[in-house]
Each structure stands twice: as C-alpha cells, then as structure tokens.
Design a protein around this ligand. Structure first.
Ligand code: HEC
Length: 430
C-alpha cells in the first residue's frame, strides 16, 4: 500500500430520487402516452443533466426534444447506459440513486413502438425548473481560485489542479460540502483534495502558462492529507451525519482538480467549493481508508486480468460512503464484507466501470461492520484491443501509476469508528 495517496475522490451523489412508475399500465396493455407516462419519467430522471447549458449533449425538456431522440432513448435506457449509474443490483442501497425501474424502461419501449403518441396535450406536466444558486443554501465560506481558467477550443482533455489556500488559525470541522462547477458544458468531474505540505502551491508557482493552477492527471501529484469530496454531473451536496465532521486541518490548502472535456469552443470556468462548518460538538471524524491492490501487472492483450485484495477491519465501524477508482482499462469491481460470524454481505458491485462516471456511493443507512469483518475486493481489467477506452494501441503492459496510460485499483471507504467520542468543541477562532 506504499504509493497510496488519497487518489480520486469525486462526488457523484446524483440527482433526484427514483420516480415510481404509474402502476395503471403494469399489465402492459394500454398504450403509454407522453403526457401521462413518459414526461414524468424524463423530467424526473433525465432533465437535470439534459437541459440547456448542462453537461449532456441535448435537452430533454419537451415533447419535441424527447420525440427527436426517441429511438436512442429506448436503446440507452434498455441497456441502462442512461441514466448513468454504475452500481448494479443494489437498488435501494445508496442515496440519490439514478436507476429506472423495469416498469419504467418497459413503458418507454412500448411508447416508442407505438409511434410516440403525445396523449392529452393539455395534461403534459410542466418541465422542471432548476435552481441556479447553491443547492445547500448560502455556504459559510466559498473557496475559489483567484481567477478563471481559460480552456482552448480543441485538443485533448485537461486535468487542472487549482490551489486555494485557507488561513484559519485552528482546525475546522466541515459539515456540508457542495462543489459548484463554473461551466458544466466543459467540467466533466471535480475532486477536492487537501494539502498540508505546501507542495501543491509550489507546483502552481512553478507553472508558467499564464493560467491558475497546474496540470496533473490521476491524483493531485502531492501526498494529499484528505479530501472534501467532489462533483460529477448529478452530484448533490454531501452532508455529514449528526455529530460527525470532515477535518479541514489548520493551514491546509484545497487542491481542486477539474477534469475538462472540450466542446469545440473556447470556454472559461471558475469552479467553486461551498462549505458549511459544524456548529455542534463533533464526536466522530469522517475517516478515509483505501481497499487497494497496488501490485497491478496487466499483460498486453489480457481481456480479463483479475485481482483480489482483502482488508481486515480491526474495530467496530460504520461505513458511510464508497468511492471506487480505476482508470481506462478497469471493467468491474465487486466488494463484499465477510462478517465475524462468516456471513457475507454485498457492499458494492460495479459491473461496467466507466472512468467518466465515477463518484461517491453513499449508503442510505450506514453499513455497520463489526471488528473482525474482512472486506474483499475483486477487480477485473480489459487490456485488449476490444476495450474501446484502451489508451494504448497496440495494448502494452500496464502497471500502477498516475498517468492516463497507467492503472489504479482502489475503493476508498469513508467511515466512522463507533468507539470514538472526540467531544471536539466548536469555538473557531479566525
Ligand atoms: C447525470 C447526468 C445525466 C442524466 C441523469 C442522464 N443523462 Fe443522458 N447523457 C448524459 C451525458 C453527459 C451524455 C453524453 C455523454 C455520454 O454519452 O456518455 C448523455 C447522453 C445521452 C444520450 C445519447 C447517447 C448516445 O449514445 O448518443 C441519450 C439518448 C441520453 N443521454 C438519454 C438519457 C435519458 C433518457 C435519461 C433519463 C432516463 C438520461 N439520459 C439521463 C448525462 C446524463
């Protein structure tokens, strides 16, 4: 576990709760209509990303929009490519899940087969409206780079780290974090690291391209001491449970790593991080640990390279959230927990990894793991030419590393220790 820095901690807590399909058509007989059946599904599950100025390539906000893409919509919902959500078989486990029910998928199929009938025009529900401000309300403090970043119109993806110093004279406890992308057309995902070494600021100072921050793929390029979450399309603010805080150490800098995906136009971005601090005594710290397999040695051409890693849990803990992380060859990652009595319970099952859709999976009910539990991870990689994301053509031997052409094998675990009672008082001086 040598080389493990707090790699990518992006927050993908996802939009809107799963909409329940109208049951009137459960028998599968009547013909679904846009006004009665399809509009509610689309507005609830798709429009948050599919509207003007957002990350998705077209809007799904009206009958005309949806009808124009009806064939593709039927295909991508049936394959569960949309809405994007990578955890399988876990319905009901995580908050803010984005999954259509089988009944909803079936309604879309039958609506398209029937020729996309609009139904009663007057009864089409109004499309959703989206808040333009902070979802968390007014933050206690907003961290942002001192100026905007200018992204060129063309070229490959950019991974830029912005360093934002803090000047608090004592440690602080963070209750809620919201990452707000400045320009969702080009911001693909964001990871917020913490650096107490000053090294990130040195990397930025040594960068002379006239822009804020520095370029780095993978982690932040410095040994991060923590994270404050992150953002990917659909992410909601992350709030700690009662009595729990994320530590913002005295003197730490935020290192905000933004993955930009160009859209063919010159763009600017100023991504911000809103934070609310805990106002009541903090009993437990939100910790981060990694279940990892650093010994990756993935032969060229191997379409099913498989690794296993175990992590024994020495104390009673509660698991709050998970953040699986691989690069472009990663294919699946399954984590289970074997409890002291021998019973095995599922933790997460990513059956079709996609680097572009990574994020936090936060449990609806924190998962209690007694001392003596062993977490098991099995991950698979496709390093053959059949993997469309393979960065090497022809495929090459790939090992652990931070570059796009390297690989990683990590599942970050956000957890609290049951026996911890810090009683940390909240009397922040400046
Ligand atoms: C969290 C954001 C998000 C949500 C929610 C979402 N989409 Fe998308 N969608 C995207 C992005 C980003 C793309 C373009 C990149 C890609 O294809 O992965 C996309 C692409 C698509 C495409 C084009 C696919 C292709 O291959 O051309 C379709 C069709 C689509 N979405 C339909 C839907 C439908 C229907 C829903 C709801 C059931 C939905 N999306 C929900 C973000 C989202």
């Amino acid at each position: 576990m040598k080389e493990i820095h707090l790699g990518a901690l992006a927050l993908l807590a996802m939009a809107a709760a799963v909409f329940c399909a109208p049951s009137a058509y459960a028998a599968g007989s009547a013909i679904p209509t846009y006004s009665h059946d399809i509009a509610p599904i689309i507005y609830q599950n798709c429009s948050s990303c599919h509207h003007q100025g957002q990350v998705a390539p077209f809007a799904l906000m009206s009958y005309a929009d949806v009808q124009q893409h009806a064939g593709t919509i039927a295909a991508v919902t049936a394959s569960r490519y949309m809405p994007p959500w990578k955890a399988a078989h876990e319905n009901g486990t995580f908050i803010d899940e984005r999954r259509l029910t089988t009944a909803q998928i079936d309604l879309i199929q039958r609506w398209v087969k029937a020729g996309e009938p609009i139904g009663n025009k007057a009864a089409i529900p109004s499309p959703p409206t989206f808040a333009s401000g902070w979802l968390m309300g007014k933050p206690d403090v907003i961290f942002k780079p001192d100026r905007a970043y200018h992204l060129a119109a063309s070229g490959g993806d950019v991974y830029r780290c912005f360093v934002i110093p803090t000047d608090y004279s004592s440690d602080r406890w963070v209750k809620t974090v919201e990452v707000r992308p400045g320009n969702p057309r080009v911001v693909h995902h964001v990871i917020v690291y913490l650096d107490t070494t000053g090294k990130a600021a040195q990397l930025a100072a040594a960068t002379h391209d006239g822009q804020p921050g520095y370029i780095h793929f993978g982690g932040p390029g410095v040994p991060a001491t923590g994270s404050l979450g992150g953002w990917a399309p659909g992410t909601m603010p992350m709030t700690m449970p009662q009595g729990v805080g994320m530590l913002l150490p005295k003197g730490a800098a935020l290192v905000v790593q933004v993955h930009y995906h160009k859209d063919g136009k010159a763009e600017t971005d100023l991504t911000q991080v809103g934070v609310n601090f805990c106002t009541r005594p903090v009993q437990k710290k939100m910790n981060i640990a990694a279940l990892a397999y650093p010994g990756l040695y993935i032969p060229a051409g191997d379409a099913n390279y498989t690794v296993h890693a175990d992590l024994p849990i020495p104390a009673n803990v509660h698991l709050f959230s998970l953040f699986p992380h691989m690069h472009l060859l990663g294919h699946t990652m399954v984590v289970t927990a074997t409890l002291p009595g021998g019973k095995t319970v599922p933790v997460i099952d990513i059956d079709n990894w996609n680097f572009n859709w990574q994020g936090f999976y936060t449990f609806k009910h924190e998962l209690a793991l007694p001392a003596g539990t062993v977490l098991h991870m099995t991950a698979t990689y496709n390093n053959s030419a059949s993997n469309p994301f393979n960065p090497n053509n022809p495929p090459k031997l790939v090992r652990w590393g931070e570059q796009t052409t390297d690989e990683m094998c990590l599942c970050f675990l956000l957890y609290t220790v049951d026996g911890q009672h810090l009683g940390a008082s909240i009397a922040y001086s400046k």
